[in-house]
Design a protein around this ligand. Sequence first.
Ligand SMILES: Nc1ncnc2c1ncn2[C@@H]1O[C@H](COP(=O)(O)OP(=O)(O)O)[C@@H](O)[C@H]1O
Ligand SMILES: [Mg+2]
Length: 701
Amino acid sequence: MSIESFFCPSSVAVIGASRNKEKVGYTVLDSIISGGYKGKVFPINPKTDEIFNRKCYKSILEIPQDIDLVVIVIPNKFVLQLLDQCAKKNVKAAVIITAGFKETGPEGALLETKVAEKAREYGIRIIGPNCLGVIDTNCMFNATFFPTLPDEGSVSFISQSGALGTAALDKAKFVGLGISKFVSMGNKADVSENDLIQYMTDDDSCKVITAYLEGVKNGRKFMDICQEASKKKPVVIVKSGNTNAGARAVSSHTGTLAGSAKAYDAAFKQSGIIRAATIKDLFNYANTLANQPLPKGKKVAIITNAGGPGIMATDAFEENGISLANLEKSTVEKLKKFLPAAANFYNPVDVLGDALTDRYKSTLEIVLDDKNVDAVLILLTPQSMTESYETAEAIVEVFRDNNTRKIPIVTCFMGGLAVKEAIDYLNRNQIPNFEVPEEAVESIKVMMDYYDWITKEANHSQKFTGGVGKVKKIFEKCRNEGRLELGEMEARGILEAYNIMIPKAVVANDIVKAKEIAKEIGYPLVLKIVSPDILHKTDVGGIKVGINDEKELEDSFEDMLFNVKKYMPDADIRGISIQEMIESKKETIIGVSKDPQFGPMIMFGLGGIYVEVLKDVSFRIAPISREDAKEMIGEIRAINLLKGARGEKPSDTNSIIEVLLKVSQLVTDFPEITEMDINPLFVKEEGKGSIAGDIRVVIGG
Ligand SMILES: Nc1ncnc2c1ncn2[C@@H]1O[C@H](COP(=O)(O)OP(=O)(O)O)[C@@H](O)[C@H]1O
Ligand SMILES: [Mg+2]
């Protein structure tokens, strides 16, 4: 609601405007006026009559008209009562630059809550407190204490850090990156990244949404908003603070491997967010995405005047899974006509160290015409005769006038002083230039991935009609008995209710019963100790696999009871589970942990009992789609083990997808599940299914 009042308001009052150059109240007013803002500006200060040759009002109430936006720089203790006056003037939005709120401790936090509550009552939206302010270049509105208005452009930037915001704005100006809107969110008492991203999604002056975030306010909503935004325009985010401070104590395999950094990774991926590792990357990506058309395929051409950088770029493309285009025969013929015989006419096209502007220009024109080329990287090193500036001009000209297929072009003019002017020219004319080939390659990769994202079909999660009623009953029984961890048989019941396969198993309390069960199930068999006190059965001698006959059964049964009692004399032993032995299989894990921000998170990996050692796992936030499930399996490093290494038959990955989807449905139906491990999930060869070998489920109170 009314987020637009922060941008291009028709009137603004600066509460706490000052004549003292050292005060924020001076700088902010100066920024607004000298930035060129055309709306009405009212300075407010009870101690002054005039600032910057403008009438200064003693209070907002004295202004003879209603006010759209107020910028507040007065001390924190006056803010609350000021809101009452703002309401009388029909103020729609307030930027609270003043500090001294949540960031200072409990007292400040309380004040902040009161301010937010009062503003909500009056229907006034708030940005801040403790922020740098807001900029909208479309109306030359700079309501910050950063004095320089950025160049007008199409990248909008949201920053959770004010200081970083000033650094970013300064850099943007320096490299000629145009900004549409800038918002420093401060403490996010009201307006958060969710409101702003949602607003920017429909803001036509913004082509790329970028943000620096330390955390998000409402994880699920954030995902929904970003999913919608990223289908319309790129959303590039730097997220810092990847520690797991405050994580709950967890006992499951999944819980140990999960954590907030993994949750953010998964949530970003599922929402189509382009994750930048550094602010520099954020700029690189934003610059490319804002200024270049997206490549419609994955084949690149390199044009260079030096061998070394060409090889470096080729390596970097390969590492990113991007291949060099196979140039058409006609292209090679055309290149041969005018390039010297020593040049390389194949990709990377080497125009040689003595290349002047014309060689670059004609080569670029010919390469852009090649149907196999989807993107072009131009490398230039400054040799003594190189015409860096003229070459830059030629590239811009060809990009504008002779690029009918709309192929993206990025450059890497390497060096310093000799290429500085050329680089400035390129940057000012929509051609992103990168310091090193690797950075250029990365930006091309980002464009290609983003094209995949927007052309990918809608990612619907699938619905199963699981046995909700059965599971409800099992949970109720546990709660009534004061337990939060399910017993093995109960956990098996849950998987059965959701049609996930489990091995045949019956619990025996004595050897006579064990023999009967064994006959029914058939050898080979597995014995497992059944006890609510034993978390990891293998560690206490509570697992015996490969029991082939009655004699082995008798020996192992007695041995197991003896051994477990020796290890854990006080354990409550409920018997031994006699199980069907699953053969010719791979051991994987599927688990669930609960993230405080994003809710249930699903993990897949290889490992069985070694999962914590291998740490070869992938994550997604539930509910997941079939596509997500496929990607999760494809993401693990040892994927080739499942595809069938060294003559083995491939594993039944389709059945893993099914189990992942069913687990996703289960935890979506039952948010009270706080931890769950299916470890191992036995995966048989293609067409033969997956079976849950060992299951742990913990529910919340
Ligand atoms: N039914 C079974 N068929 C074949 N192997 C099994 C079976 N059950 C367990 N195993 C083997 O024993 C290992 C440990 O079993 P599991 O039930 O996961 O016990 P825990 O995790 O408590 O130690 C499994 O990773 C698997 O290698
Ligand atoms: Mg296990």
